[in-house]
Design a protein around this ligand. Structure first.
Ligand SMILES: [Zn+2]
Length: 362
């Protein structure tokens, strides 16, 4: 019934003829169907296909519904996507396309926090999926069943974790690859021109905790270049000024600038140097750029505590969420530095963020 309503709505909408965009070629006459311009937003792409559907052949129309569904998944429109996939399945699809539509229905249920309804669709899709899509479906099914999964790459985990967050599920353990669920960053080591890591580092054991720091250096610029220079400066301090012979690399695994960019620090397969001695074991270090503690003994520019930027805190929450999911870290194991060592780091504002995170995350 919902499908019928949606179909007639689309037909009605399509009857209000809009001018054809000049830079878009005509579609639907013969396969392959011309695609929307690459720089269109998700919504524009969805509208593009919806507008051209009435002029398409039956086979192209089914494929267009499939594409619309996949775009709607990407745009977080779970219910609309489900309708599109059912519309696609009602027409002529190849077996591979039918597999994609079934998987899409499964994804839409994960996205709308109903993973139990999505499971049978993922199972049904498996025999018709290519290897990568199959790995994605298996990853979600393993998460739902609380079982480990094999053959899931970092990219698969990264793409699927958004569905796990929506479905309130924890990421499955990936057999054979402890660091498979890698974390996307906004600024890479190459971008801040990181010096090459030295050899005096220990292998990271399975991460089970996260510690948040501030740099304790006044820093307020929103510019990417300034943030890169600041991180490079910190790395230089850590590698060349720390006793006895300098650390292997910057001590933290991630840094967050004032604009909220997540910056790659020390690689996650190397134990950090941020929480002193054995406190570094299995401990992911995150450092926010700025001085969040008043340090009048260090001169005027240090005398007043900065507040963390709102964008920094938003990024911190999202980064810690991703890390907790990827490495199955409990929110009670997220700390401010001062909880592990006698220090004022990371200051009262971040300590409040930490307390709030532990209280509000499952
Ligand atoms: Zn610290």
């Amino acid at each position: 019934m919902r499908i019928l309503i949606a179909t007639s709505f689309l037909l009605l909408a399509a009857s209000c003829v809009a001018p054809v965009l000049h830079n878009v070629p005509a579609v639907g006459l013969a396969p392959p169907v011309a695609s929307p311009a690459a720089d269109f937003s998700l919504n524009q792409k969805i509208k593009y296909w919806q507008k051209h559907i009435p002029a398409m052949t039956t086979a192209d129309r089914s494929e267009a519904y499939l594409l619309i569904g996949e775009l709607q998944i990407e745009a977080n429109f779970a219910n609309e996507a489900r309708i599109s996939f059912y519309q696609a399945l009602a027409g002529n699809l190849s077996s591979t396309e039918a597999g994609r539509a079934e998987k899409g229905i499964g994804l839409s249920y994960f996205l709308s926090s109903q993973p139990s309804l999505g499971l049978s669709h993922l199972e049904k899709s498996l025999s018709n999926l290519d290897a990568v899509s199959k790995a994605e479906a298996n990853y979600l099914m393993a998460a739902y069943k609380g079982k480990p999964v094999a053959n899931a790459s970092a990219a698969v985990a990264e793409r699927m974790n958004v569905f796990l967050v929506s479905a309130n599920l924890k990421a499955p353990t990936i057999r054979g690859s402890m660091f498979a669920g890698s974390i996307n960053v906004d600024i890479s080591r190459r971008e801040w021109r990181a010096a090459t890591m030295k050899s005096n580092w220990d292998k990271m054991t399975t991460p089970f905790r996260i510690t948040v720091h501030h740099t304790a250096e006044p820093f307020s610029s929103l510019s990417k270049a300034a943030a890169c220079a600041e991180v490079k400066h910190i790395q230089n301090q850590h590698m060349n000024e720390r006793s006895p012979s300098g650390w292997a690399d910057i001590g933290y695994h991630f840094l967050i600038d004032r604009a909220g960019n997540v910056i790659a620090g020390r690689p996650l397969n190397a134990q950090g140097a941020h929480a002193s001695g054995s406190n570094n074991i299995g401990n992911i270090g995150i450092c926010l750029l700025g001085n969040f503690v008043a340090q009048p003994n260090r001169g005027r520019s240090y005398a007043v505590a900065q507040a963390p930027a709102a964008a920094q805190l938003t990024s911190l929450t999202s980064l810690v969420d991703r890390l907790c999911i990827n490495y199955t870290i409990d929110s009670t194991n997220v700390y401010g530095h001062k909880e592990l060592k006698s220090t004022d780091c990371p200051g009262p504002a971040i300590s409040r963020w930490v307390a709030n995170y532990r209280r509000t995350r499952p």
